[in-house]
Write a protein that binds this ligand. Structure first.
Ligand code: T4K
Length: 406
């Protein structure tokens, strides 16, 4: 344990961890079961195009979510693009800027304008009151994002969508295994899109899915993910290649068998962080609603520089030097990334909460590859930094000055 500032790696000490501790190490289920499935797949000689593992995976995920259709996809981004196209969105669509860039790109890729909307600063979720303000005659839809796995205010968004005749769908990339008022995410809006990327608590290497209770939409999506083919020689829509491969589905089936363990492990990690960082001035841990099902896949903190006397970025630099690779998701906000920054140079004026949160946010490592001792170490370093913010900042600045003088 480090007890003195001079032991910090950023000031010349030895890093706490010999190897990097990542935020998104993959959770891997039973390796033998996975390898057995891969062997079965190789023996069968069926590697893609709606093979038996994909069909089984779709059946089991739909059952788990309690939804009529769960259509497996090659990744979450293509799943978003297909869902957006299949639901007929066009013109302008309202999305939060505080999200992974894929949400905005999935619209812009199809020449639909993402209109960025502000968030509730407490939850980081799209603010329905702000959504109302962004509606214009060109608006056709709303894409809510269940950031960190927390459900959006689905009721308020549904009311707005109904009243204004807009299509409502959700980017549920973070929210597999989470619920809203006792019902699993996957059942809301016209469709919900999951990501099963390697860094998600449940992964299929790369992968995603669209969940919907709309039979016609599901049928359309199934054609669109396979180039629009209906039968061998007949194409009905502009389609793309959104298919999940068999090896990815094999990973998914294996992961599903360990889902409860992944959640339980993440829950323990989350609770330990909350215990060990409780009461630190200037460090606010986001709390998940534990009366709902929750996957606990992100451990999220906000750093209030006025109280810590050290900025979030100085904290990140100090943690990285210790090989603790905390991340600043979704800094600086989609509206500050290209091409949106050039399209809407003043968007930030409409997004004060997004701007503030993006400056403060810190995502800490979790997942099944880390446990009690790593988290104790990480929290001890954070406590040391938080207790000595001003002194550390002075020494970091002095180090910078010395480096530039040399
Ligand atoms: N919508 C939302 C709201 C999303 O958050 C995302 C994806 C999407 C849509 C799109 O879904 P996909 O098309 O990705 O299915 C990561 C993920 O790549 C991305 O899936 C995720 N959101 C986003 C929040 O995080 P990066 O840029 O942070 O990835 P990277 O390579 O820096 O990895 C993160 C950490 O995980 C690193 O510390 C390294 C570690 N890692 C990563 C991989 C890939 C591993 O230890 N093993 C691995 O295999 O984006």
């Amino acid at each position: 344990m480090k007890s003195d500032l001079s032991q910090l790696a950023v000031l010349g000490g030895t890093p706490l961890f010999a190897a990097p501790i990542h935020v998104g190490r993959p959770n891997i289920g039973n390796r033998d079961r996975l390898l057995a499935r891969i062997n079965e797949m190789l023996d069968r000689g069926w590697l893609s195009n709606n093979g038996p593992f994909v069909q089984e995976f779709e059946r089991k995920t739909a059952e788990f979510l309690g939804v009529r259709h769960c259509i497996a996809m090659c990744n979450g981004t293509i799943a978003l693009e297909i869902a957006i196209r299949a639901t007929g969105m066009r013109g302008e669509v309202i999305v939060p800027s505080f999200t992974f860039i894929a949400t905005a790109h999935a619209l812009q890729w199809q020449e639909i304008t993402p209109v960025f909307c502000d968030i509730d600063p407490r939850t980081h979720l799209i603010d329905p009151a702000q959504v109302q303000q962004m509606i214009t005659p060109r608006t056709t839809g709303i894409v809510g994002v269940h950031v960190w796995g927390q459900p959006c205010d689905i009721e308020a968004l549904s009311q707005i969508a109904r009243r204004r005749n807009l299509t409502l769908m959700f980017d549920a990339a973070h929210a597999f295994g989470c619920s809203y008022r006792g019902r699993m995410i996957g059942n809301f809006g016209i469709a919900e899109v999951f990501s099963f990327h390697a860094t998600k608590f449940f992964n299929t290497f790369e992968g995603g899915a669209i969940a919907t209770n709309d039979d016609d939409l599901a049928a359309k999506i199934r054609l669109m993910k396979n180039f629009g083919f209906h039968g061998y020689d007949n194409v009905e829509y502009i389609g793309t290649n959104g298919k999940m491969s068999e090896v990815c589905a094999a990973m998914g089936l294996t992961g599903l068998e360990s889902l409860d363990e992944f959640v339980e492990h993440n829950r323990r990690n989350y609770r330990q962080y909350r215990r060990e960082l409780a009461g630190l001035p200037g460090i606010r841990m986001l709390a998940w609603n534990e009366s709902e099902r929750c996957n606990y896949q992100y451990v999220v903190a906000e750093i209030e520089e006025e109280l810590t006397e050290i900025s979030r970025d100085e904290l990140v630099r100090t943690l990285h030097a210790e090989n603790i690779l905390a991340r600043r998701y979704f800094y600086p906000g989609c509206h500050r990334m290209e091409p949106y920054r050039s399209f809407f140079p003043h968007a930030g004026l409409m997004l004060p909460a997004t701007e503030r949160v993006a400056q403060r946010l810190l995502v800490l490592p979790t997942g099944t590859t880390i446990g009690e001792s790593e988290i104790s170490g990480i929290c001890a370093v954070i406590r040391l930094i938080a207790a000595n913010g001003r002194a550390l900042r002075q020494r970091l600045l002095a180090g910078r000055k010395a480096a530039t003088t040399l």
